[in-house]
Design a protein around this ligand. Structure first.
Ligand code: COA
Length: 307
């Protein structure tokens, strides 16, 4: 059974039967140990006539003892029936009321022993990704600022994707009109909502216009593996900017997004890209021919694991 996520306005309120709450307290994620099961997220069934927000608040209190908190709905989800997923930032915890919960604990990551291993990792990842993305809108390095792509970046996207030097090794179709950037940015923005990709623009701190992009994309279905991609306007090549940006993105991918490994697939001729990956700590796993690109094309598979 698959967990599917939906925008809140796509699901009629009367269909929402459950509330699940991913919550934080003092920088840690809260999980509850059920007396007869394992670790789980607070949550439960909506009572007759109960507003769904009240279900979430009631369950949060009953299962964690939360007394003061900010809570907000994130999205609807469906497994067999529909529920609403919430995020709560807990400010004050009281005693744990008498319930089916034996104890709560505080985690940096999702615990291994879960009551619902098919569902709760999906709920958790969805909220964690949203949370981290909102908190870490920018990644700062010595010379660079990486900030999330938005619709104002159409000129950058057009400059990159219309430049044959930039796209020659990537299989990207050359843009000829700046309007082509808009649907692309829209797709990326939607992907950032759905936890299926993340893209930053790369900016030199002292200059006000972006010089390239860096992204995580092609996530595995369990969200534990992602591909990294990057490009820079040619006038900024050879100054170590790509390496500096990748080095900032990797810990974000491992710690904040929860990836176990990150992959990259440059073509063999893309010496700059292969070199940058190696300098960033990626290992060459294999080379294979890629006839879909052309007869002689060799693709290199690079990988880096969470250290
Ligand atoms: C790949 C790319 C992002 C690298 O950016 P960059 O900022 O120039 O990279 P860096 O300066 O950090 O490092 C480049 C390294 O590759 C080396 N390099 C560059 N061109 C090279 C070449 N033709 N042959 C051998 N090494 C080369 C550089 O010498 C440098 O290594 P060094 O620091 O040991 O000297 C940039 O070339 C680019 O945007 N290319 C087009 C898009 C692209 O191909 N993206 C990757 C798709 S997989």
């Amino acid at each position: 059974m698959e967990v599917k996520f939906h925008n809140i306005d796509q699901v009629d309120d009367s269909l929402l039967k459950y509330a699940v709450i991913v919550s934080r307290y003092k920088g840690k994620w809260i999980f509850c140990k059920n007396k007869t099961r394992k670790w789980e997220l607070p949550g439960g069934t909506r009572e007759e006539g109960e507003p769904i927000l009240n279900t979430a608040k009631r369950e949060l209190y009953e299962e964690t003892g939360a007394k003061e908190y900010d809570i907000k709905p994130i999205c609807a989800y469906s497994i067999n029936s529909y529920g609403l997923l919430f995020f709560a930032e807990i400010k004050e915890l009281g005693d744990l009321p008498d319930s089916e919960i034996e104890k709560i604990d505080f985690f940096d990551d999702i615990p291994d022993e879960l009551s619902f291993p098919l569902y709760h990792p999906k709920h958790f990842d969805k909220v964690r990704f949203m949370f981290e993305k909102n908190i870490h809108k920018e990644l700062i390095t010595q010379r660079l600022k990486l900030r999330l792509l938005n619709k104002n970046d159409r000129e950058l996207i057009f400059k990159l994707r219309s430049d044959l030097n930039v796209i020659q090794h990537t299989g990207i179709k050359q843009y000829t009109n700046i309007d082509e950037a808009d649907p692309y940015i829209k797709k990326i923005e939607q992907g950032m909502e759905d936890f299926s990709c993340l893209m930053w623009t790369i900016n030199i701190s002292s200059i006000n216009s972006p010089i390239g992009t860096l992204c995580f994309w092609n996530f595995s279905s369990d969200k534990k593996r992602a591909e990294i991609g990057y490009d820079l306007l040619p006038e900024y090549w050879g100054q170590g900017y790509a390496l500096e940006a990748i080095k900032a993105a990797l810990p974000f991918g491992f710690l904040q997004c929860g990836f176990n490994c990150i992959l990259a697939y440059p073509v063999e001729e893309n010496l700059a890209s292969c070199r940058v990956l190696e300098k960033a700590g990626f290992n060459l796993i294999e080379k294979k021919s890629c006839k879909e690109v052309n007869e002689d094309c060799i693709i290199c598979k690079y990988k880096i694991n969470k250290g």
